[in-house]
Structure formats: structure tokens, C-alpha cells
Design a protein around this ligand. Structure first.
Ligand code: SAM
Ligand code: SF4
Length: 466
């Protein structure tokens, strides 16, 4: 077993702490404690929260959506942009009311922000009512931290450790049909703007057997849309030395018997290969859909971003993917206002967007992050100019998304129904294989099932059908 996997002894030790802490809480409350988890940020954080809920469940916790009803509140935070951090601090600030109403409630702060020195210091000094703070590498030690808090009455901070892999905890997931399945953690790429490698450690892949077993279990439990998660799934297996790469893993999951589909995120273009697209094309359960973040249309900016590919390589990948999967849906991430981005660089991004015609885009204004290389770069573009570029980009993309979606009208697609529609004229909603959101006039009986839906109408962000 690789030393990144937390040893069986250490996991057993945590189970003992879980037992002790669970008992202490039960004695204090005279009932099972209730926990409320609040998650910010990406799918990886969602998956981490599910693992944390697995730990809490083993300790006897029940769950509530209402923080004011909870005995334990956990904020799992995101550090990717300043805005995400402000939101997390805002929520922790609000929680002071809950602590005032129920001083025994325990407040925990974890995730990527907890792994940052400055955020940790701010929690220590400005939010004295936060009971436990723990970083991304300490998640599996939560039972020990909770026991320490309960038995000493002192605040607990744990940001120690290097990247680990935690096995043997059953995540508490949302009900079927959609499931996250982490296949790897951390990142080695050090894109010059990005905090992720600093707060999540180096790349480490889970054992393929564990992943395949977990996928089989999910299918047997009725999950029908499984998303494999990693910061750069295309480098899956590089650290295993077991002769398995991401395409091989996809094939193994595709071979699992059952009525389900599998998708994945995120793919770094520098590591996306023709083999990957050929595998996607030949595996019937693998969704013909890919999120391939390009970040900028300017080779000069991509160089400054340390992305290690150029626009020619990127567009060639897209051409190849579309040649083997003409129906593929393509989404991407773009950052505007990176330090030194000129109007000319930005126009190149617009040109790329017009050329590739993504189904949709996640667009961000560059946010300076401590410790990253880009934080040291001269950034002379005024904020209002960055905002203008952002608005122009959105305008172009919204038109393209609407045009692409309008092409769906009158056609029928297989849609997995996964929730109630927020649109008052529709009852349920679901996703196509290409991850298009569809609002549907249907009934609750359709929930969790695949249905053939005829698309009657389209907007920039969704399809509408029956
Ligand atoms: N690992 C994935 C990748 O490389 O594409 C996704 C990482 S991140 C969670 C998602 C997106 O956030 C990135 O693709 C990037 O567009 C954006 N992002 C990351 N750091 C940022 C920053 N400092 N400012 C603005 N956007 C940022
Ligand atoms: Fe951040 Fe780049 Fe790693 Fe994605 S690949 S997590 S953007 S450093």
C-alpha cells in the first residue's frame, strides 16, 4: 500500500475517537446530536463533505438543513477566488447569532481556506466562537479533533499534514440518481494564478480496484449518473506506476453491468489525448460531453498562466474530439483580466470562443491569490476595464449558447430526471447525456428515470420539453 493512503491503524484510532466523542455528545444532549454541513466551491468540496457526513454518521449524528437546529455546524470552504472567501467569512459572521442563541452549538471551519495561513489567523483572531478549524489533509482526523474540543473545552486548530488518501469511510451521498466519485486528489500543475496545489497538495490517485468497486456499489444502489472527480483526471494513474491511465479506468467503469452513465471532470488540455477521445467514443456508458478549460485565447497569456499548451494544440484537440463524437457537448473555463492581459489578448479569447462555439462557459475575473506566481506579476488593467471585458465575453457566449440550444428544439433526447423544476411552468427537471438542463412538464413518478423528452423551447441556459 502506498504511504499516501491513511493506514488501517490510524483509521482504527479515529474510530475509537469517534466512539468516545459520539458518547460524550449523547450523554450531554440525551439524544443523538444533529449536524448541519454547508459547502462552498467545487464538486471536490461537495465530495469531501459527503465523506465528512460519513464520519459524522458513524459517530451517531443525524442531519439537518437548518443551522439553527444543529448541535454541530461545519463550513467546508473554498479559496479559489476572493469572492468565495468573502462569502465564507460572511456566513461564519452570520453564525454568531446561532452561537448566541445556542452557546453549546459547535462551529467548525474546514476545507481549502482552512489550509491558508491568513484565513486561519483571521478565524483565530476575529471569530473566537469558531470551535474547530481543520485543513484538507486533516479531514479524516475530525473525530479526534471533536473529542479534543469536547474533553478540553479549548479551541482546536489542525492544519498539519501532507496530501493523503482516505479509504474505508462510507460517504453519505444525496439520494440517487447523481453521484460524485473522487478518483484522485491534489494537483501538480501550478497554473500561475491558482491556489489549488497549495491547499490540496500534490496529485495522488486512488487505487483503481477501490474506484471500480465503489462505482459498482453506486450502480447497485440505483445511482445512474456518476461523475468521476479530480483536478486533472487526465493524469490519473501517473503516480501509481501500475500501468493504468485514465482511459483504461474509464473502460473498466464502462464494463460494469447496469443502466447508468459516467462523466468526469476536470480535463487539463495539456494531458487530454486522442486515446481519451477514442475511449469516450467507443464506450457506450461514457457521456459524450467534456469540460476542457482553455482559460484564454492568447498563447502569450497561456504561457504566463503556465498552462503548457497553445491555442493550436487546443483547437486540434477539439477538432479531433468532434471528428470521433460529432454530438459531443463542450464546456470550458475562461479567466479575463489576468495580469498583463491586453485588449489584443482579450480579442483573441473572443475569437476563440466564436471559433470553437462552446455549449457553455464558466467565466471568471482574475482574482489575486497569495503565494501564487501571478500574484507577483504587474497588473495594471483597471477593475472596471476587466468588468467590461467580462461583460463582452458573456454577451458573445450567451448568444452562442442560445443558438446551440435552439438547434435542440423539435428533437427528442434521453433525459435523466433528477429533481423538481424551479420554473413555475414545469414540474421536473433533468439532464441530457451532454449535461443540458431540461425543464419538463411531467410527474414525480419520472424521478430517477431516463425518459425520452421532446424539446419544445430553448433559452440560453436551459431546454424545455415534455
Ligand atoms: N483543475 C481544473 C482545471 O485546471 O481546469 C479546475 C480548477 S478551478 C477549481 C476551476 C476554475 O477556476 C479554473 O479553471 C479557473 O478558470 C478558475 N480559477 C482558478 N483560479 C482562479 C483565480 N485566481 N482567479 C480567477 N479564476 C480562477
Ligand atoms: Fe489549478 Fe491548474 Fe491545478 Fe486546475 S490544473 S487545479 S487550474 S493548478
Amino acid at each position: 500500500m502506498r504511504d499516501t493512503v491513511v493506514s488501517a491503524e490510524k483509521m482504527a484510532e479515529q474510530r475509537e475517537y469517534a466512539d468516545l466523542a459520539g458518547r460524550l455528545l449523547y450523554e450531554r444532549l440525551g439524544r443523538n446530536p444533529k449536524a448541519c454541513t454547508v459547502t462552498f466551491g467545487c464538486q471536490q468540496n461537495e465530495a469531501d463533505t459527503e465523506l465528512l457526513r460519513g464520519i459524522l454518521s458513524e459517530m451517531g449524528f443525524l442531519f439537518t438543513e437548518k443551522a439553527q437546529d444543529a448541535d454541530l455546524i461545519i463550513f467546508n470552504t473554498c479559496a479559489i477566488r476572493e469572492h468565495a472567501e468573502m462569502r465564507a467569512f460572511g456566513n461564519v459572521g452570520q453564525a454568531s447569532h446561532i452561537k448566541r442563541a445556542n452557546p453549546d452549538a459547535l462551529l467548525c471551519f474546514c476545507g481549502c481556506m482552512a489550509q491558508e495561513q491568513s484565513a486561519c489567523a483571521k478565524i483565530k483572531n476575529s471569530f473566537p466562537y469558531v470551535d474547530i478549524l481543520f485543513g484538507t489533509h486533516a479531514l479524516y482526523r475530525f473525530p479526534q479533533l471533536l473529542y479534543k474540543r469536547l474533553s478540553t473545552g479549548k479551541r482546536v486548530f489542525d492544519t498539519d499534514g501532507e496530501g493523503v488518501i482516505v479509504e474505508g469511510i462510507e460517504p453519505v451521498r444525496k439520494a440517487p440518481p447523481n453521484a460524485w466519485l473522487s478518483i484522485m486528489f491534489g494537483c501538480n500543475n501550478f497554473c500561475s494564478y491558482c491556489i489549488v496545489p497549495f491547499v490540496r497538495g500534490r496529485e495522488r490517485s486512488r487505487d483503481p480496484e477501490r474506484i471500480v468497486d465503489e462505482a459498482k456499489k453506486l450502480v447497485s444502489e440505483g445511482y445512474k449518473d456518476i461523475t468521476l472527480l479530480g483536478q486533472n483526471v487526465n493524469s490519473y494513474g501517473n503516480d501509481l506506476g501500475a500501468g493504468i491511465d485514465f482511459s483504461d479506468l474509464l473502460k473498466r467503469i464502462n464494463d460494469i453491468e447496469g443502466d447508468f452513465r459516467v462523466r468526469f471532470m476536470t480535463s487539463h488540455p495539456k494531458d487530454a489525448s486522442k486515446k481519451l477521445f477514442d475511449t469516450m467514443a467507443s464506450c457506450e456508458k461514457v457521456c459524450k460531453s467534456i469540460h476542457l478549460p482553455v482559460q484564454s485565447g492568447s498563447d502569450r497569456i497561456l504561457g504566463l498562466m503556465n498552462r503548457k499548451y497553445g491555442i493550436e494544440q487546443y483547437t486540434e484537440l477539439v477538432r479531433y474530439a468532434r471528428s470521433v463524437m460529432p454530438e459531443i457537448t463542450l464546456t470550458s473555463d475562461v479567466i479575463v483580466g489576468f495580469p498583463g492581459e491586453t485588449e489584443e489578448d482579450f480579442i483573441k479569447t473572443l475569437d476563440l470562443i466564436n471559433e470553437v462555439r462552446f455549449d457553455s462557459l464558466f467565466t471568471f475575473i482574475y482574482s489575486k491569490r497569495e503565494r501564487t506566481k501571478a500574484a507577483l506579476m504587474e497588473d495594471l488593467t483597471p477593475a472596471d476595464e476587466k468588468q467590461r471585458r467580462f461583460d463582452r465575453l458573456l454577451e458573445v457566449q450567451n448568444r452562442i449558447s442560445r443558438e446551440i440550444n435552439e438547434n435542440y428544439v423539435g428533437k427528442t433526447f434521453k433525459v435523466l430526471i433528477d429533481g423538481e423544476s424551479e420554473d413555475e411552468n414545469y414540474t421536473v427537471k433533468g439532464r441530457t447525456e451532454g449535461f443540458k438542463l431540461v425543464h419538463i412538464k411531467g410527474s414525480g413518478e419520472m424521478m430517477g428515470k431516463y425518459k425520452n423528452i421532446e424539446i419544445e423551447r430553448a433559452s440560453t441556459w436551459a431546454l424545455f420539453g415534455r
